[in-house]
Write a protein that binds this ligand. Structure first.
Ligand SMILES: NC(=O)c1ccc[n+]([C@@H]2O[C@H](COP(=O)([O-])OP(=O)(O)OC[C@H]3O[C@@H](n4cnc5c(N)ncnc54)[C@H](OP(=O)(O)O)[C@@H]3O)[C@@H](O)[C@H]2O)c1
Length: 277
């Protein structure tokens, strides 16, 4: 039987997500990273660091694009000639597989929406496949992201809804704990249940079929990450909030007294506006 773990994974971008993913999968897969800001990978040990994208492509069988949506076009142009039909996994919010295929042609693309809880190995991750990806690519990507938490297979038209719940949802929870001065290591069970209920309602409002599963996993993992206290609640919230992004749109609603349902609807709407199709 084919051994998934023998695959060499190249990661473009060693920021919040790229670094967390690399560190978590490094025990199982051979990982190579390329980051524009050399300072971030200078002291890196236990992982190979490529000098440039070409070297990363030569060393990898699968490429994970962990860069911001605004940096996408440049990187797609850089990889398109030397990709040689390798599997491309994109974790960027709002970038559709169709959009990637417009530059890369009939490339094998899998789109993934993990969340900040990758840092605790407890991500709630949504996955869908592009038109030219094979069933085995989806299987491989699912196995890879199961190293980082729970995986939900979704049709691509539900990815914006997932972004509003599992992507941005941790920020709703971090903010609520922040303003109520809760110690994440000692959250009463009834408060956790209340968060799950509110997030389930939000997930139903944006049309997620597995609403309760998404809400449960997103809530418990966000609290578990916060309880590790590697960052404050405010810092965690900021890690999820890109300027002009889906979480910022949702938090604006919450800051002005709106519900999580209204926030999630705003986040989904923003994901649609940002979406590159
Ligand atoms: N944060 C979340 O909770 C979350 C959740 C789900 C999905 N995502 C998605 O994950 C992606 C990454 O988000 P992030 O929060 O990890 O962003 P980030 O912290 O800004 O990390 C991106 C990294 O990529 C680097 N980079 C930019 N252009 C590059 C290039 N051409 N080659 C190599 N490296 C390059 C950036 O360097 P510079 O800083 O020098 O530009 C930065 O270090 C985004 O597309 C986002 O939509 C994020």
């Amino acid at each position: 039987m084919f051994n998934f773990f023998s695959k060499k994974i190249g990661i473009v971008g060693f920021g919040n997500m790229g670094q967390s993913i690399a560190e978590r999968i490094n025990a199982r897969y051979k990982v190579c990273v390329f980051e524009k800001d050399r300072a971030k990978t200078k002291a890196l040990i236990g992982m190979s660091v490529a000098e440039d994208i070409d070297q990363l492509l030569k060393r990898s069988q699968v490429i994970i694009l962990a860069i911001k949506p605004q940096d996408f076009d440049i990187v797609l142009e850089q990889i398109k000639t030397s990709l040689k039909n390798k599997l491309v996994i994109s974790i960027a919010a709002g970038i559709t597989t169709d959009y990637i295929q417009k530059t890369l042609g009939k490339a094998r693309v899998v789109r993934v929406m993990p969340n900040i809880a990758v840092k605790a190995g407890q991500s709630t991750t949504a996955i869908c496949k592009g038109a030219y990806a094979r069933a085995g690519d989806l299987k491989f990507s699912s196995a890879l992201f199961k190293c980082l938490g729970l995986v939900f297979l979704l049709p691509e038209n539900m990815m914006d809804a997932a972004t509003a719940i599992s992507g941005s949802g941790p920020a709703y929870i971090f903010y609520d704990m922040e303003i109520n001065r809760r110690d994440p290591a000692h959250i009463p069970e009834e408060v956790i249940e209340e968060y799950i209920k509110r997030l389930t309602e939000a997930a139903l409002a944006v049309g997620l079929e597995q609403a309760q599963d998404f809400a449960l996993s997103t809530t418990r993992s966000s609290i578990s990450l916060a309880a590790q206290k590697t960052a404050t609640l405010e810092q965690l919230r900021q890690m999820v909030t890109s300027p002009g992004g889906t979480t910022e749109a949702a938090l604006k609603v919450i800051f002005s007294g709106g519900s999580w349902v209204q926030a999630a609807v705003a986040a989904k709407e923003r994901a649609g506006q940002l979406s590159k199709k």
